[in-house]
Design a protein around this ligand. Structure first.
Ligand SMILES: *C/C=C(C)/C=C/C=C(C)/C=C/C1=C(C)CCCC1(C)C
Length: 258
């Protein structure tokens, strides 16, 4: 990545987006973990993992922000490279850890049989990890051809996951209580909608979108997608867990507590 292609305005805008991402992820973590007592024991693991995902992301946003800061010197009024490269690996390590966990959150909150939970978590989590691993060599390669090859390879598990979510989970979603079905369906489409953004952005350099504006769009875009896919999606998981806890009568309404 050519950091010197950025204007001061673009460079600061990206820095501010990372800072915002860090704040959202840290606040979301506190919210999920502190509110866990509102949730019945059967759903606590789902909410704990929801907070774990935003915690891991908060840590990586902090690192990304620091790496971005160290990569450029702006004291002259221009963006000059310090020679220290911006570290792209933080994003991929973050995704490798958080993407499988996001799918596991969704499976756990459905409270399927233990056997189904393990089977679906393994298949979906494994496919998600494979998708990220296959994307990385293309991301750091200098040639467009390799970038495209790894895009195609990584799209195979991506399409498999979307298919599993829409078709494979249909039976499990149909067996959920009426009052949470809609929330679960929204969560599934939130995953598909926000995840679609990543393979599209990955193709930017291949279609000639380079330079300061493209780098800015890519970095800010990934940050917005991460916030939707982790924190906003997490709020839906939390709402499903609250509603199912109430339905199953495992927590009393506040007014009934003495
Ligand atoms: C919190 C982070 C999330 C939800 C990240 C999701 C990332 C993806 C869905 C990435 C997918 C990719 C492809 C399908 C092909 C090109 C390479 C990737 C890794 C960008």
């Amino acid at each position: 990545m050519e950091i010197e292609a950025l204007s001061i305005g673009q460079y600061s805008f990206v820095q501010n987006a990372y800072s915002f991402g860090f704040a959202v992820m840290a606040a979301a973590t506190l919210f999920f973990w502190l509110m866990k007592s509102e949730i019945a024991p059967a759903y606590r693991l789902a909410v704990t993992i929801t907070g774990l995902v935003t915690a891991v992301a908060a840590y990586h946003y902090f690192q990304i922000m620091t790496s971005w800061g160290a990569a450029a010197d702006i004291t002259s009024g221009e963006v000059l490279s310090t020679g220290q490269p911006f570290n792209q690996a933080y994003r991929y390590v973050d995704w490798l850890l958080t993407v499988p966990l996001l799918l596991i959150e969704l499976i756990l909150v459905m409270r399927l049989s233990q056997q189904e939970t393990i089977k679906k978590s393994t298949i979906l989590g494994g496919a998600a990890a494979l998708m990220i691993i296959l994307g990385y060599p293309g991301e750091v390669s200098e040639t467009g051809g390799l970038r495209f090859v790894f895009w195609v390879l990584s799209m195979i598990p991506f399409v498999f996951i979307v298919h599993q979510l829409v078709v494979g989970l249909k039976g499990s979603i149909d067996s959920q209580p009426e009052s949470v079905k809609k929330l679960i369906n929204i969560s599934v489409y939130l995953v598909i909608g926000s995840w679609l953004f990543y393979p599209i952005v990955y193709l930017f350099p291949l279609v000639g979108l380079t330079g300061g504006a493209a780098i800015t769009a890519l970095e800010v875009g990934y940050t917005v997608a991460d916030i939707v896919a982790k924190a906003v999606f997490g709020v839906f998981i939390f709402m499903i867990a609250v509603r199912k806890s109430k339905l199953e009568g495992e927590t009393k309404p506040v007014s009934d507590q003495s």
